[in-house]
Structure formats: structure tokens, C-alpha cells
Design a protein around this ligand. Structure first.
Ligand SMILES: Nc1nc2c(c(=O)[nH]1)N[C@H]1C(S)=C(S)[C@@H](COP(=O)(O)O)O[C@H]1N2
Ligand SMILES: [Mo]
Length: 435
């Protein structure tokens, strides 16, 4: 999809296949919800002359599918637009590319498995778990090879963490670019992992005193490798084999992936097959030519592992415009920090002049996304929506100007600048920059 057609499809929302669904919801609310919605919205719906509540819909006239028709359930056909999407012109080939999470359609904090963004460097490895092994070698007392069954005998834990690609929002460094939160911020997902502490495996092999770094390698065609300092590996890294209760999806590294809480997605090696213990980092491609940050003076910042405090409004946003007119309006978004929990999110409706604290709802977990809401009474005038997150260590999300003042304009990775959405009088929403 070209940038132009993306702009068009974002603006052409009225032609969207789910328009009928929205009309149904709006009209369905007339009888019961008129008072709550306010005179303007209820008046509009009544003027349309709808009486959906009095109609006998087709699906009320025959029996539905039985319990044996859908052994693995999928979303309603009316939700068919809630999918991962990619941006064709971004990369040369989809096997080394990225698909984006449809953040504008999701709520709460958990990303459903089927729409978690994907980033592959050599396509999806389709692994037979019985033919997969994890090897640990190098500066260890006993080199070991594990099956998946072996790993499942170590004590398990369940943790909810976000995974954000360091390149998330990378296209927005120099100014507003992509017209949709799915594309500007969708290189993130947040799931509950079940797995074991990496520490168990390291202790089983026995790290030699000079073992200070790990090289972790994937079993896909790209054999992705990164260096991880031993302190992080022993502290909170996991080898996960389940996400949101079921086996990891092939896209996410089935049958096992490394979980590196709070740190950039590139280090979360999928299809994990090899761990080598060494005394210094390896300086692989993914930590030298890639995933380092070119600074204004031409030097590169390397090993910028931790993801910074960040937030974004997911609705309204260009792919989720306001369709109900003025009155009661829910502003909602996500906030996260690689350092810990989010302590506060402020929202501005006037491009950062005035701020109000949003309400965080749902679990507040360290290095997991937090869901926030600000409920406003929209007067129908244009809005410049922004959100600004603060974490428990008082790190505050910067404006894009503040970020560029320190990092310059050569960077791609680690853009945590404040995002602005412009909501026009008709509710159509666009990506703009106010810094
Ligand atoms: N083996 C392997 N691991 C990998 C990758 C890969 O291409 N191969 N991509 C990395 C990058 S850059 C990111 S951002 C995350 C993406 O994880 P996801 O596909 O679950 O979103 O996986 C990382 N782990
Ligand atoms: Mo990434």
C-alpha cells in the first residue's frame, strides 16, 4: 500500500465494510441509550428513521451452528477488518519485514494471539517440536542439549510483558508520516507468557566464572543472534513456550522463544535453538549495523537495550475516527515503560497546552502495557489529542522536539516522542505533529 492509498483508506472510512455494523450499533442504542448519549446523537439516529429494534433479523429465524462446527473459534465475520497489516513499500520482501498490530481496534491490555505483530528476518520457521533442540555450550561446566519436554520439567512462571520492536515509530522521526496508529505504533504486543526462568537452564549447565555474556540464536533461516549480558539473563529472562495460555504461534517462535522483559524486541530470539556463553559481546550484525542509534555527531549509541517510557492514544485515531458526533466521547490508549510500571498518563486535547490525568484501568504490571481512558464531553470543535506517560521511576515521555534536540534526526530506533492526532469537526482524524 502506498502512503497515498493509506491516507485514502484511513479517510475513506465511511466506505469501510464495517460501516453497517456501526450504523446498527448506533441505531440499536436509540431506544435505551438516548438520554445517556445526549440530544445531538439521539436526534441524529432518530432522524435516520431507524427501527432496528422492531425488525425480525434473519438470524433469529433459524438455528445456528452446533458446538461441533467450530473446534477452534475465530472472530465474527463482522470483525474481519481487525487484522495485522503490513506496509508494502517499507521493505523489499515480506519474508524480511514487519506486520503491525491493529491497536485501534483492541482494548484492555492483552493482545490476542492472532493479531500480534510479526517481525521476521527470514520468514516463519515451521518447526516440528520433536525435532527441535536447545543447546547450551561455551563457558559452561557441562554443555547440554534440551528437548521441549526437558524444559517443561523446570518450575514454570506466568508473566505479562510487552514486546516492542526498537523500530516502532521509527518512520515518524522527522515528522508525521503514516496515517494510522496501527502503522505508527503497532510494532508492539502484550501477552501472558508461560515458561521457565532462563536461569534454571544456565545453572543446570553451570556458568564458568568468566562467563559474562550469552549469544542467543534462532532456529529460523535467518539464524538471528544477539549478545545478552549475564546479569539480565540471570535476573528476569524467560524461555517461553506458551502465550495467552496456548502454545506459542509459529509467527511468535514456536516451540520456544526468549523473553527479555523491558528490552528491545530484537533480543527476544524466536525459535530459540542455541545459547553460547562467552566472556564478551559478539558484536553481531543486529547490534552493530542494526539496532544502534546514529547520533548527531556521527557516533553511534550501541546497546540501547531498554525501551523508553511511551504512550499513544489508540482511539480516536486515523483508523478509528469519531463517528458519533459531539457529546460523550471516550479517549483511550496504551502506555508502557521498559523500566517498570506506569504511574501516570496525562492527556491533552489542545496540543499540549493543558493536561488532564487519565484513568488507568485494568492490571498495572511491571513492563506490561497499561490501558488508560479519559472520558470527555466533546463540544464538536477540533481537537489536538496527545498523551504523555510517566513511569514509577519518574521517567517522562518527551515531545518529539525534545527527543530530536538530544538525538538529532538520523535515528530510527527508540522513538518514544509524544504523538498528536488531529480530530476535525466531522470526527475525521489525522496524524499531525505538534511539538
Ligand atoms: N529467530 C528470530 N528471532 C527474532 C527475529 C527473527 O527474525 N528471527 N526478529 C526479532 C525482532 S527484530 C523482533 S522486533 C521480535 C518480533 O517478535 P514478534 O514477531 O513476536 O512480534 O522478534 C525478534 N526475534
Ligand atoms: Mo525488531
Amino acid at each position: 500500500m502506498s502512503k497515498k492509498s493509506m491516507l485514502r483508506s484511513a479517510k475513506g472510512r465511511n466506505d469501510h465494510p464495517d460501516n453497517g455494523r456501526r450504523a446498527f450499533l448506533k441505531n440499536g442504542l436509540v431506544a435505551g441509550g438516548a438520554a445517556a448519549l445526549g440530544a445531538a446523537a439521539a436526534g441524529a439516529a432518530q432522524a435516520a428513521g431507524e427501527n432496528v429494534i422492531l425488525q425480525k433479523q434473519d438470524w433469529r429465524t433459524y438455528l445456528g451452528d452446533g458446538v461441533d462446527a467450530r473446534p477452534y473459534g475465530t472472530p465474527s465475520a463482522h470483525e474481519a477488518h481487525v487484522i495485522r497489516r503490513n506496509v508494502e513499500w517499507l521493505t523489499a520482501d515480506p519474508v524480511s519485514s514487519v506486520s503491525f498490530t491493529p491497536l485501534h481496534e483492541l482494548d484492555g491490555i492483552i493482545t490476542p494471539n492472532g493479531v500480534c505483530f510479526e517481525r521476521h528476518h527470514g520468514g516463519i520457521a515451521e518447526i516440528d517440536p520433536t525435532a527441535h533442540r536447545l543447546m547450551i555450550h561455551g563457558l559452561v561446566d557441562t554443555p547440554l542439549v534440551f528437548t521441549l519436554e526437558d524444559l517443561k520439567r523446570f518450575p514454570r512462571e506466568n508473566k505479562v510483558y510487552f514486546l516492542e520492536c526498537a523500530a516502532n515509530s521509527g518512520m515518524e522521526w522527522r515528522g508525521a508520516q503514516l496515517n494510522g496508529v496501527q502503522f505508527t505504533h503497532g510494532m508492539i504486543h502484550n501477552v501472558m507468557y508461560t515458561g521457565i526462568k532462563l536461569r534454571h537452564v544456565l545453572e543446570e549447565a553451570g556458568i564458568k566464572p568468566n562467563g559474562k555474556w550469552l549469544l542467543v540464536e534462532g532456529g529460523d533461516a535467518s539464524a538471528m543472534t544477539r549478545s545478552i549480558p549475564i546479569e539480565k539473563a540471570l535476573n528476569d529472562c524467560m524461555i517461553a513456550f506458551k502465550m495467552n495460555g496456548e502454545a506459542l504461534r509459529p509467527e511468535q517462535g514456536y516451540p520456544m522463544r526468549l523473553v527479555v522483559p523491558g528490552w528491545e524486541g530484537n533480543m527476544w530470539i524466536k525459535w530459540l535453538r542455541r545459547i553460547e556463553v562467552g566472556d564478551q559481546p559478539w558484536h553481531q550484525r543486529e547490534e552493530t549495523s542494526k539496532y544502534t542509534d546514529l547520533m548527531p555527531d556521527g557516533r553511534a549509541r550501541r546497546f540501547s537495550w531498554q525501551m523508553d517510557v511511551k504512550s499513544v492514544i489508540t482511539s480516536p485515531s486515523p483508523q478509528a475516527p469519531v463517528t458519533h458526533g459531539k457529546g460523550r466521547t471516550v479517549i483511550s490508549g496504551l502506555a508502557w515503560s521498559g523500566a517498570g510500571k506506569i504511574s501516570r498518563v496525562d492527556v491533552s486535547v489542545d496540543g499540549g497546552r493543558n493536561w488532564r490525568s487519565a484513568r488507568i484501568d485494568g492490571p498495572s504490571l511491571s513492563r506490561s502495557v497499561h490501558r488508560f481512558y479519559l472520558d470527555i464531553d466533546w463540544n464538536g470543535e477540533p481537537l489536538y489529542l496527545q498523551s504523555r506517560a510517566m513511569d514509577e521511576y519518574r521517567n517522562v515521555q518527551p515531545t518529539k522536539d525534545a527527543l530530536r534536540a538530544v538525538r538529532g534526526v538520523n535515528s530510527i530506533y527508540h522513538n518514544n516522542g509524544i504523538q498528536t492526532w488531529y480530530v476535525a469537526k466531522d470526527g475525521v482524524t489525522e496524524n499531525v505533529e505538534v511539538s
